[in-house]
Design a binder for this molecule. Structure first.
Ligand SMILES: *Cc1c(COP(=O)(O)O)cnc(C)c1O
Length: 437
């Protein structure tokens, strides 16, 4: 029987009980590359890109765009893959832009987000030919106008709008998410004001609007509500000013499975139903169908990732609690410490053993909160030297990694049908001091 913990199609168990990931033996990978190590299933990433691209094409024809929200996992190889797959991208800092350029990815296909772009960010992005700025606020709008005028260019932008939707209740709330640090709210009139201001700027082309309702969203109703609010906003602006948006970006946020209790989302089907809704809504509002963009981050890379650790100490405190320590921790996976996120952790060497012991899997940092997961079922015989696999670590792990306690960051190893290779090397001790004078 297939274990319920094999939560993604790229997981399986070999004849010897070994956990296989993307068809590769995890014990052999741990031996070859050392631990901790981030594994990334390249074929899965490509497959997810294609699912989005094909569904958006089916829903909107040439008016569908898919942008990979690259803050989920940002390194050169991933931008090369996105380029090969024909994906647009989101960036949120000059550091990401620099990485994009080093990867040879064409920056005109990039959208620059963030709620606070510095003057240096604006200048660096324009210098290198950024496609779009997604403008968060008025100060930023003026900074972009000033820089575009200085360079004597015309800069395309979208405006980030706060539609006032709480993704976890999918209600359009009257205050709630209006208090976000991101964007301009429709309800307060700020969205209309910044739209009018944008239209007055000589060196700015307002292409349309953007919103992003949240992350780890399982309910497609959220996107219908967001589309509803945003299209109505477009129609309202058209009626008041005559300006009709050409582009509407609905953000990212489709949920992925960290544990078996979470559902599998049929992204293609979701996109098609949002597509039908949008086309009908445009007709009934009397506006043209705009270009529609989605910005998936997590759902492109999350379940393509898996982290392997080696077990160190196993501490059983009778009547209280068991701890299994691994050779990584909050430095390579901060998501439990930060958000209390659930994870599935498996004994990679022998998946056939009964898992009767409950334990906290903890890291090696000097910090009690350095926990990867509580209440993990593992074999009672788990011991120093065994290998553990933490699933669904492709998004927001490497990109959030730190050197706390001077722990070097793990490498990223890419897996494909053709073999495996290093995309990012393991940090060395020398790397830890090389900026110090
Ligand atoms: C983070 C982010 C995304 C991606 O969200 P996921 O949950 O990773 O899909 C998309 N758009 C914006 C503006 C974001 O900030």
């Amino acid at each position: 029987m297939k274990s319920k913990d094999l939560i993604c199609e790229n997981l399986s168990v070999g004849e010897n009980g070994r956990l296989l990931f993307a068809g590769h033996d995890t014990e052999l990978l741990a031996k070859k590359y050392g631990t901790p190590v981030y594994l990334l299933d390249e074929d899965r990433i490509r497959q997810r890109c294609r699912t989005y691209l094909q569904a958006m094409k089916k829903a909107f024809g040439c008016k569908g765009k898919v942008l990979y929200a690259s803050k989920a996992a940002s390194f050169k190889r991933i931008y090369e893959i996105m380029n090969e797959e024909g994906m647009g991208i989101d960036v949120v800092s000059s550091g990401e832009i620099y990485t994009v350029l080093r990867a040879g990815y064409p920056l005109q296909n990039a959208y620059f987000h963030s709620n606070n772009k510095t003057d240096e960010d604006v200048s660096f992005a324009m210098e290198n030919g950024i496609g779009y700025f997604v403008v968060d606020n008025e100060e930023e709008l003026f900074a972009i106008q000033t820089e575009a005028e200085r360079r004597n260019i015309n800069q395309k932008i979208l405006l980030r709008i706060t539609p006032g939707i709480d993704p976890h209740t999918y209600m359009a709330v009257s205050t709630g998410k209006v208090d976000s640090k991101f964007g301009s709210a429709i309800e307060t009139g700020a969205a209309e004001k910044i739209t009018r201001l944008s239209l007055e700027q000589k060196n700015i082309s307002l292409m349309g609007f953007h919103c992003h309702v949240g992350s780890q969203v399982f309910d497609s109703e959220v996107y219908l509500r967001a589309a509803d609010v945003m299209l109505s906003f477009i129609a309202d602006i058209k009626a008041k000013t005559g300006y009709e948006a050409k582009e509407l970006d609905l953000g990212g946020g489709y949920g992925v499975r960290y544990v078996s209790e979470q559902p599998v989302i049929d992204i293609a089907e979701n996109i098609l139903s949002v597509g039908d809704f949008i086309k009908e809504k445009c007709m009934s509002l009397g506006i043209l169908l705009p270009y529609i963009a989605l910005e998936p981050g997590r759902s492109i890379v999350a379940d393509a990732g898996l982290t392997l650790y080696t077990v160190g100490s196993v501490k059983k405190i009778p009547g209280y609690k068991n701890y299994v320590s691994v050779d990584g921790g909050m430095t390579d996976n901060v998501r439990f410490a930060m958000y209390g996120s659930p994870y599935t952790i498996l004994p990679a060497l022998d998946m056939n053993l009964p898992r009767e012991m409950r334990c906290s899997v903890v890291g090696r940092c000097c910090e009690s909160g350095d926990i990867i997961q509580n209440n993990v079922p593992l074999p009672d015989s788990i011991k120093r030297g065994d290998i553990l696999a933490c699933l669904t670590t492709g998004a927001y792990h490497y990109s959030m990694a730190s050197n706390y306690n001077r722990i070097p960051r793990p490498p990223i190893v890419m897996l494909s049908a053709n073999g495996n290779y290093i995309a990012v090397k393991r940090e060395t001790f020398e790397d830890l001091t090389h900026l110090e004078v």
